[in-house]
Design a protein around this ligand. Sequence first.
Ligand SMILES: *Cc1c(COP(=O)(O)O)cnc(C)c1O
Length: 344
Amino acid sequence: MTIDLRSDTVTKPSLGMRDAISQAPVGDDVYGDDPTVNSLEERVAQMFGKEAGVFTPTGSLANQLAIRILVAPGEELLAETNSHIVRAELGAAAVFSGITTRTWPATHGLLVAQDALDIARPDSGPYLVSTTAIAVENTHNFGGGTVQPIGEIAALREGADALGLALHLDGARIWNAHISSGVSFADYGKYFDTISVCLSKGLGAPVGSIMLSTKERVSKARIWRKRYGAGMRQVGLLAAAGHYALDNNIQRLVEDHRRAKELAVAIATIDSTLIDPSTVTTNIVGLDLANTSLTAAELAKRCREAGLWISALGPKYARLVTHMDFDDAMCNEAIEVLKKALVA
Ligand SMILES: *Cc1c(COP(=O)(O)O)cnc(C)c1O
């Protein structure tokens, strides 16, 4: 048996989801004619208190459309050092939009509003780059699935308003943040000018993200989406999977969080320098191997030979992500594999 904890993107669409896909009414979405896409965009926009949304094939594209609209070429976006927009989108902000980024570091990726505001330089004139927007990732992937404190988000909004800056939320895993914190989607949404969300992570859809904002910004984003080659046709098939995911797979994230915590507690019992279980509040378990002789690649190799797939994301950083295709029996099995791999 293979247990795949490389990411929560590895899940396979369930039979129920495939059923929903097969029954979806569809139309040509480039003409705005796909009723399932339209209702999904409206539904998610409403959940977050936004006027409109645009369906995209990936979260990266949803992020890129948002910052393309917020930040003009030659201006800068601020983001945390280990954020997905900065590290995992292959320089798209620079390549597509002529946007430069400047970063601030945060422990476990956790937002301290003042740290971001301190490096902001709006309206910098003819010599320095002007800051126009700040991005926040919630949950923070490479930070270990950490949930951004709502108080810091509110403080960032206040500071950004004073400086005339826009705020973007990379909410690929905002569903996990909501389940962990109890903060409503609308409460998260109200602080941000643009939001991206993924249906293909913990929610288990095969494809799909949505960028949310005002009607005006979303209209502009539709033009850029087509320009980037992502104007799609009878894509209600995929939107139907998104509807199904929202109907069935949000509340169950609590189980993914419970299993991630179980993994973290078990790993800390083996070696407490690897992880502090109290930092694991969603579905990501990040292991710091700095105090061991093991590299992340070696650990991943040992695990893989025993049927457990994990990610080596840095020389000394390994990541395990729980998801809907990972159950209690697999969790016990994964712990046994890790026990052997970590002590050997
Ligand atoms: C996965 C992810 C995205 C989007 O990724 P795609 O693979 O392009 O869908 C964006 N932000 C974060 C934090 C992510 O984890």
